[in-house]
Design a protein around this ligand. Structure first.
Ligand code: ZN
Length: 172
């Protein structure tokens, strides 16, 4: 089932999400819904707070080539275990901040630990777009958006555009 994505600004996007204590069927269903919502948007990552659930759960699939096999990843309690000193700038966007893009600098590689759909601990090193995406989604679990890396002027400009968009959406 597709869920609706919360648009910035919204207090739910600013709150830290709670760790998942045990993997209920509800949470697994939510993960499936989030993947469906993400692919439909379309996007490459989605965090539970973006659909109004303040639990530490993210989904991602950064396979861009349409002919390539999809690789949906579901991560409960994801954590950056190590980050490279090398940093990279990437133009980021966010499903909660539609049609706005800006350069964000982050570590180029990260090692991430998480629990998979079956509750098994997993660990993997990510780089390229995967590294950008997984860090962006984990930020969501800490109430942080990519625009929080920008200067105040740019951030306010984007926030005002989103307020206007939300007013227009409410009217239609
Ligand atoms: Zn986002």
């Amino acid at each position: 089932m597709k869920r609706s994505i919360i648009i910035h600004p919204d207090p739910r996007l600013k709150k830290p999400a709670a760790p998942v204590a045990d993997l209920s069927d509800d949470l697994r269903r939510l993960a499936g819904d989030m993947l469906e919502t993400m692919y439909d948007a379309p996007g490459i990552g989605l965090a539970a707070p973006q659909v109004g659930v303040l639990s530490r759960l993210i989904v991602l699939d950064c396979v861009k080539d349409e002919d390539a096999e999809p690789r949906p990843l579901v991560m409960f309690n994801p954590e950056v275990l190590a980050a490279s000193e090398e940093r990279k700038v990437y133009e980021e966007g966010c499903l909660s901040i539609p049609d706005q893009y800006a350069d964000v600098e982050r570590p180029a590689q990260v090692r991430v630990g998480w629990l998979d759909r079956d509750g098994n601990p997993r660990e993997e090193e990510f780089d390229g777009l995967w590294a950008v995406c997984v860090q962006h989604e984990i930020d969501h679990l800490n109430g942080k958006l990519f625009i929080d890396y920008l200067g105040p002027m740019k951030r306010q400009m984007i926030t005002r555009k989103m307020q206007k968009l939300k007013r227009e959406m409410a009217r239609s």
